[in-house]
Design a protein around this ligand. Sequence first.
Ligand SMILES: [Zn+2]
Length: 743
Amino acid sequence: MRDTGSAGGQSRQGRWALGAALLLACAGEPAAPPPAAPTSPVVESNHPDVVLITIDTLRADRVGAYGDPLAATPQLDALARRSLLFREAHAVAPLTLPSHATLLTGRAPSTHGLRDNGAVPLGDQVPTLAAALKGGGYQTGAFVSAWVLDAAWGLDRGFDVYRSPFHPEEVARAGHAGELELPAAEVVNAAVAWWEAAGRAPSPGVPAAPRFLWVHLFEPHAPWPSAPGDPYRADVSRADARLERLLRAVGPDAAVLLTADHGEGLWSEGERHHGLLLGRAITRVPMLLRPPGGISGPPVAPPPRPGLPTVGRPPGADAAMDLEPVPDAPTAAAVEELPVSGLDVAATLAGLAGVPFATEGLDLSPLLAGGPGADQTRAALRARPVVAETLYPLLHLGAAPLWMAQDDAHRLLSGVYDQGCAWVSDPGCATAADAPAALTAALAPHRAAPLPLPGQLDAATAARLSALGYLSAPPPPGAVSGEDPRQLVEALQQVAAAEAMVDASARAEALRALIAARPGLVDARLALSRAALEQGRLPEARRVLDELLGRWPDHMTALNNAAALAHLARDWEPALAWAGRMMALNPTDPRGYRLAVAVHVERDDTAAVRAVAGRGVEMAPDDPNLRYLLGIAEVQGGDPRAAIVHLQHARAVGTKATDVDLWLGLAAEKAGDIDAALRHYEAATRTMDGDLRPWGMAGVMLAKADRCREALPYLENVARRGGAAHPEVRAARERCAPKPAAP
Ligand SMILES: [Zn+2]
């Protein structure tokens, strides 16, 4: 058995079968909170604890403190009664990763470079708030709820702890990264555990270093619950309920900034969700700033203004949702009327922490104290319009991007055409009004930044693929139609309706028709590929992705899916090429390594598994799948003691593989520790129900060690269950069989 190097004498496929089946199947369990860092530099007591809370997809006018009479948001409303409420806070982008990257760097998307979800990671040259605070002596922890904010995208830089434990199998299966979320309760529990551990004195008489905590909750993001009542408000209320535990744990003395990464269309202007447009429903978000100790005194309620009308709900859509305009009527300890931006959050948190951090935004914390500092800040706010961009129309629909700028009176939407309005009296921008030139000027530097147009493959990958008959032509010119996104609302609704069709063949037909009319519909092509696969048409599913990659060679989701389908088709070379491209584009994204390792496993190339999984583990040390496969490769072709380390690590970070004990047993056996091996084989008999291998391997090992009395029950069990003919089992039984009496 050991001679062939295979576990339990299984065939090559059998040996790796569990590995291959579980290749994309490993879990992350909540990690134990780390102890407080005892080595932080001494920090003066004027560095308060600082907390950033982001609630994904939370529209300002669905919060009670902003005037919604139908909201059930008691925690947000109570926080507002101790906070400065920003009446006109605007996100910089209607997409989770670009917007959060701005919140955590103080740089606009055109500067930090993250302009879409799931494309490229944050560059090392972009300074992060977390790194600055850590450098200033803070302990730093981040707890995110969506894979779209996974550490692979680089927002983890500067955080001591960055918890984003998403199951790789779910990541591989999800059509959109945004579909992967953790419940708020789980995220808050982990955050509170970290907060409390980090707050303990590292040794008697030595105070704990101050803490910077970022918590991201995902509840208001679709999908919404199907419970009776308004589904969006129900999800907002669910997130609100979890704030109680979080805010109680951080206590009244921490500085708290709560905001959202973007709002939600809710059929305002015809967009159900977010990404395509930049209306006020999408960019206006809540922002509450509570200084340490909070602001006391009676709440203020400035005169209300008209709410945002809903103008684009198709007949019958979201009938349970109350879309009546909500008055813009805030109530809070203090209210700031001037527009502020997500761009200002990092500077404000650094200002509260007393740690220098240069950004493109404004430090809003002087507004809390009043006086000349507040006057200066207001003057700066008046001189600086807030801006937003969306490249989603370009990158997902092949249309033109859209831009927004707003000052204290006017708002400008600018794309293929300009559209200005006086938003104070006309929140839905129904009537055209000339916007001042300053708004156009504010957009100029962002528009001048290079757009991430369809990428070019690196020469080596291109040559490899064209040699295989892929990508015979360069990306066609005119991958961008130049249509204005405001003209695409109906097309987007049609795509959503097509994608919602249950019958795969009807869905594929509808998607094909839409793509024929608009070749730039990138997401529709991904959906068409999935529909073809559902129908069992693997070649067609692959062809659709090849066409897409011909237009957008660097599309990460298309690369991932193309590699996975090539693997499924046992077409190794393109699978390795696509996976290699993923690793080159984002070396911190574990998916490329997983896909390449999957191919090497199938090819039984242990050396390649060791090399690629080894590199993957360097980049993503807590990836349970890569740890597990590296452990198996080490058992088979390397160092059994290293195998034990990797397999134990895979288990500690929550691998879902059920045969870890089998491999640990084999590793211990190879390392010469028979008693440890026996314990693992024993454990494997329980986790691998119905599998004869742990029984057989335990029996054969014990027989070879001349421990026949212990070996026989294992061997007899294997024999009774049909394994008697296996040569090693037979040899072991003969070796241990009682000597027959002489006739
Ligand atoms: Zn988001």
